[in-house]
Write a protein that binds this ligand. Sequence first.
Ligand code: GLN
Length: 495
Amino acid sequence: MSQELYNRPASELSQMLARGEVSAVELMKSVAERTRQVEPRVHAFNSMDEADALAQAAASDQRRARAKATGSAVPALEGIPIGIKDVISVAGQPLTASSRMLENFVSPYDATVTGKLKAAGAICWGRLNLDEFAMGSSTENSAFGVTSNPWDLTRVPGGSSGGSAAAVAAGEAIASLGSDTGGSIRQPAALCNIVGLKPSYGRVSRYGLIAFASSLDQIGPFARSVEDAATVLEAISGHDPKDSTSLKLEVPHYARGMAELVKSGRKWKLGIPKEYFGEGLDPEVEASVQAAIGEYKKLGCEIHEVSLPHTKYAVGAYYIIATAECSSNLARFDGVRYGHRSKDAKDALDLYFKSRAEGFGPEVKRRIILGTYVLSSGYYDAYYLRAQKVRTLIRRDFLEAYKQVDAIVTPTSPTPAFKKGEKAANPLAMYLNDIYTIGVNLAGLPGISIPCGFTSSGLPIGLQIIGQPFRETELLAVARAYEERNTWRMQFPKL
Ligand code: GLN
């Protein structure tokens, strides 16, 4: 790994900042310069405001100097540039959801998570590309161009948080935030050789996140190490009176708790779900995941085969529940209150129709139509209610497995990064890509993807670890125990 500032983990940069070897302004300049070099090829950003980021960095340097003078503690993320998915509000910055609908929208307030990051001293840097309204697995559904996978520019970075993953992988941000409704943090992390964490549902406030499917959405970090993911998670977690689904639970010291657990050498009981290793799994992905399981065995962990029998219904149930919720959430984009407004509408009804027809892209329309259908009278019981029942069964499968094991280990994605255009014309093939990640959202569990090797052609492979509800510290410790034993995360794409 070369010794540039922009490709180091936050934990290392934080120490350099503390020792005064580098300033937050120098770090931000390094990241901005790197971004200028590679962004024309990667296109991870929808927009960026370098002057604003440098002003935030200068303010960070001042805070640090003041803290030094008074001997007060400096938070771990002080001065660290963190990219933000363009579906999470940052006051005064554009917020587009990669949709024509919000092309000219500027966020009037901070999301709770961005407010918390700023309070922790981090620099909110740029607006990162995604599939329109977070609907997709490749970032090809963005209205503002496709993001490229930094490991192979002809391939997709995954999605929907493809920009958030590509930016960290390419050295355009030190860490980033994404949102995960059915895998949108874990899958792009896997395809880009970085760490991506989806917290338990209710761990992190969704206030200021543009809602896709509210019962599944959760914000989480992308980072270059499990420790960095833990640090960002700690900064953004906690109850928020503005989001009644965020739980009133104390926020643990994730990074410290994780390190203590790893040091204790705890022998984890790990479950391998047989349903996740069948047809459709790429042999090279399978081999890498099996090798990772072998590493856990060497650590003295107990490996148990477990069964999640309702896995086969997960994709179906997800695409009913997620589309139902999105059809309702996206009703607010009506051309009246905010967002795109058609210029040639004859009357009010025509205004709704035309504004929505012009503002939404094809995948968003497909989902609104599907969602409206499954909620319509006569079909509600057959589809939506049934899918909710399946959801309960899926959660029960996991809770049953957790009577026997501490965590569950699986591939994150059945294949490595696919070519741009390869699945774009086939929604079903695209949806099936989420097979290993969506059960976690349906069950509300925390899940992490960490690097676990490369294919023979040099494409990254991710390992998914699924934890018990609100047991992120243990989940991180299981991830770290493996991470410690390899150097996958230290490989950097040649750009
Ligand atoms: N790929 C899934 C979908 O298209 C998940 C997206 C997400 O997690 N936001 O719905």
